[in-house]
Design a protein around this ligand. Structure first.
Ligand code: GRG
Length: 311
């Protein structure tokens, strides 16, 4: 097991048991995704093949898992939150397909397999991403998915997810990230890029389940704080894995940040300090959950797992 650097013994995590738990939850998300996505035989076949290839290729499913967990925390049956969980994963998958394109990061491998444009060509990869983004909003607004939910809350979530994914959230982060390539940026700029590019979608995921379940505002603001620190710790770990990860487990070549001239937490602060900042974020995640009981243990463990993850 890798060293996580957390000194407090109460922070010990049974990593293998937690990985099993994560895998089980990812399996459940995959079942929901099969239900909400047209299969690869659907007309036009090549487009739906590209979509299914990109969605069902072994992602960790963290964003949908966060939707289901926060719904659970708010006392909502997770079947009711499932369309929103799937929508977040489809938006995430679209962003990965587009991020891998030659015009952006130009990556050939994703999750250990050739990227969508390498297999299906650039034009179809762009369309698969477009279709996934649109499908996400279709699933969330389908009338028969609203039964048992408050329609005002559904609208509120759709609005929050739109903001998180669009030009004031993830797309903004991607644009700023591309602009920053080859330039020296400071810690604050880097934090802004990360919080937009990666953090916004995590926050929207955690808020979605909680809002659907009618979580009171003060608990929701604790989850916000968790989400902000979770997103940052996740991104810093991503930067660290790009330097010292395992190619096979990561499913993509190491060193892509250096190759793309990207400023990261590692290039800016160095490895030891990047690890310390990530661990401080984990501390904040744990602190944010102090008003929750054992029902939030999965979120506590997930935060503890971040600096240990290998993919
Ligand atoms: C193209 C609009 C647009 C946005 C792209 C998400 C993103 C923005 C780019 C992906 C590039 C990247 C490596 C971002 C850093 C963190 C991140 C989102 C990693 C991938 O997320 P995981 O690890 O992926 O949850 P899996 O494969 O498990 O789903």
């Amino acid at each position: 097991m890798k060293h996580c650097g957390l000194k407090d013994m109460s922070r010990k995590l049974d990593v293998e048991a937690f990985k099993k738990d994560l895998k089980m939850k990812a399996g459940l998300v995959n079942e929901y995704l099969k239900h909400y996505l047209p299969d690869e035989k659907t007309f036009p076949v090549s487009l739906h093949q590209a979509i299914n290839y990109s969605v069902f290729n072994g992602g960790k499913r963290l964003r949908p898992i966060l939707v289901l967990e926060s719904a659970n925390l708010a006392g909502l049956n997770q079947d009711l939150a499932a369309p929103f969980a799937c929508a977040l994963e489809l938006i995430h998958t679209y962003s990965l397909i587009h991020d891998d394109l030659p015009a952006m990061d130009d990556d050939d491998l994703r999750r250990g397999r050739p990227t969508c444009h390498v297999v299906y060509g650039e034009a179809l990869a762009i369309l698969a991403g477009d279709a996934l983004l649109t499908r996400a909003f279709q699933i969330m607004s389908m009338d028969n998915n609203m039964a048992g939910l408050n329609s005002r809350e559904v609208l509120r979530i759709i609005n929050e997810i739109s903001l998180a994914a669009g030009s004031s959230g993830m797309v903004a982060g991607q644009a700023l990230d591309l602009e920053a390539e080859g330039r020296l940026v400071d810690g604050e700029d880097l934090r802004t890029v990360h919080s937009l590019k990666t953090g916004c979608l995590f926050k929207a995921a955690l808020r979605s389940g909680a809002i659907l379940g009618g979580m009171p505002e003060e608990k929701l603001s604790s989850l916000n704080f968790y989400a902000e620190n979770f997103g940052l710790a996740f991104q810093i770990t991503d930067d660290i894995l790009d330097v010292e990860g395992d190619l096979e487990e990561l499913g993509k070549p190491l060193g892509s940040d250096v190759q793309n001239n990207k400023c990261t937490y590692v290039t800016l602060w160095g490895l030891p300090q990047a690890r310390e900042i990530a661990e401080a974020c984990v501390d904040k995640c744990l602190a944010s959950l102090q008003d929750f009981g054992a029902e939030a243990d999965f979120l506590r463990n997930l935060a503890l797992y971040l600096p240990l993850r290998s993919s």
